[in-house]
Design a protein around this ligand. Structure first.
Ligand code: HEM
Length: 421
């Protein structure tokens, strides 16, 4: 009896609840959807809101300013700077960047205000932990202790000791060019990337990757592993991976850029060959000091090639500075002489107008390592060859704008053996 009356009262409660809940459910669903939408909008627009006072073009949901990148390609920062001035916002989707495109302001931000702005922007969530644990993206004291650990590897005395190793892979590059079945279509980017990966493998990790030795079928794809492990392990693994990426594509791109540009500027080529032929007998590998200061014209050629094809996307916009006619008259011309120590243009230029390796305490750690390698390669290549664009070389050039700028379809060159050396 009691039970059945309880059952009856329970079912009446259930009825009452279902009676009340039925019309409330849509309201509840609507309420939670609105709450979710609000959370999403706050998540999405908070970064935009925090930078609303910084000038910049209107954003598009959800891509931010990426449509401008698609429209303007490499000129995107220049186009925005022209309209909005030297400090502006650029939204990579949700991720906002404040771009600085003026030499004096770069100095202010990269050096004077370094204490306040020492970390790079927080990476988007899709950037893997391996990237986040390496130098480029680590922050504060983790960054400074990692940087202190790495700096000794790039001291001048150690770099000088690496010359024989670097030269052996440079020789392999020259041999690979000689061994190419089609001398009218040398896949230069691929071969120089094999060289750069082998050099980093051997000098940074003591590992023989051997890509230069089997370059014909080498793929230039760098993969990366990830995983657990303790903090030290994680950072060491990330540093190794970062060095492989940061220290190979960048250097290979620079060597390819130099050779590509020199091959279509005969006057520059002539002067460069004269300097390279004149400074030491052909068989002698240049020493570190000679590479550093004994080849001033090669130095100018490399600087100009790096100005010409500069596009690394960092918060400093070196690519915009590099095309500023006030700092580089006739910026569309390839003129290495603009960097000659005695040139009026060089003396008048702001010291931070040309910053392909960044500036301040966060500048590129591999700067000298890269230049030593690029110069060794240039000396060996031009002792044996001159280059011309292959008929298979596209024009105009197309680029890929990843973290590191790259030639989309490589650089294809015709190798011509020099007979007078
Ligand atoms: C021509 C070749 C190279 C170019 C153009 C280049 C350019 C750059 C630039 C622009 C930055 C950012 C600097 C800033 O934010 O102020 C950077 C950072 C870095 N580069 Fe390079 N790089 C080159 C070669 C190398 C090599 C060979 C290595 C290593 C072997 C390397 C390792 C790094 C690392 C680890 C960072 C992060 C530094 C930090 O945040 O403390 N780079 N590089």
């Amino acid at each position: 009896m009691q039970a059945s009356s309880m059952e009856a009262s329970n079912s009446s409660i259930a009825l009452e609840i279902s009676h009340v809940a039925t019309p409330g459910l849509p309201v509840l669903l609507l309420g939670s959807s609105l709450a979710l939408l609000a959370v999403f909008l706050v998540y999405f627009y908070a970064p935009f809101w925090s930078l609303r006072t910084v000038p910049g073009p209107p954003t598009r949901f959800p891509i931010g300013h990426l449509h401008l990148l698609a429209k303007n390609g490499p000129d995107v920062f220049r186009a925005i700077a022209k309209e909005y001035g030297p400090i502006f916002r650029f939204h990579m989707g949700r991720q906002p960047l404040v771009i600085v495109a003026n030499a004096e302001l770069c100095k202010e931000v990269g050096i004077k205000k370094f204490k306040d702005i020492r970390n790079r922007s927080t990476p988007p969530p899709n950037v893997g932990t391996l990237h986040q644990d390496a130098l480029f993206l680590t922050r504060d004291s983790t960054w400074s202790s990692m940087r202190n650990m790495v700096i000794p590897l790039y001291q001048p005395a150690r770099l000088a000791g690496l010359i024989p190793t670097m030269q052996s892979y440079v020789d392999a590059l020259v041999d690979n060019i000689a061994g190419c079945p089609d001398q009218d279509c040398i896949p230069f980017c691929q071969l120089s990337l094999c060289m750069a990966i082998d050099i980093i493998g051997k000098t940074a990790f003591g590992i023989e990757f051997g890509l230069s030795r089997k370059a014909a079928d080498a793929a230039g794809d760098d993969g990366g592993g990830d995983g657990g492990g303790d903090d030290d392990d994680r950072h060491v693994r990330a540093l190794a991976y970062e060095h492989l990426i940061a220290g190979t594509k960048t250097t290979a791109f620079t060597v390819s850029s130099v050779v590509y540009l020199v091959s279509c500027h005969p006057r520059v080529e002539e002067r460069l060959l004269r300097e390279i032929d004149g400074f030491a007998p052909r068989g002698r590998v240049p020493g570190a000091d000679e590479l550093h200061a004994g080849l001033p014209y090669l130095d100018q050629v490399i600087k100009e090639a790096m100005r010409f094809h500069l596009g690394t996307y960092v918060w400093l916009a070196p690519g915009v500075l590099a095309r500023d006619a006030a700092q580089f008259p006739e910026p569309e011309e390839f003129k290495p002489e603009r960097f000659a120590a005695e040139a009026a243009e060089e003396r008048a230029r702001h010291p931070y107008a040309h910053i392909p390796f960044g500036i301040g305490p966060r500048a590129c750690v591999g700067h000298r390592f890269a230049l030593q390698q690029v110069k060794l390669a240039a000396v060996s290549l031009y002792r044996r060859y001159v280059f011309r664009h292959s008929p298979a070389m596209e024009s105009p050039l197309q680029f890929d704008f990843d973290l590191v700028l790259a030639f989309r379809h490589g650089v294809k060159l015709r190798a011509i053996k020099r007979t007078n050396t």
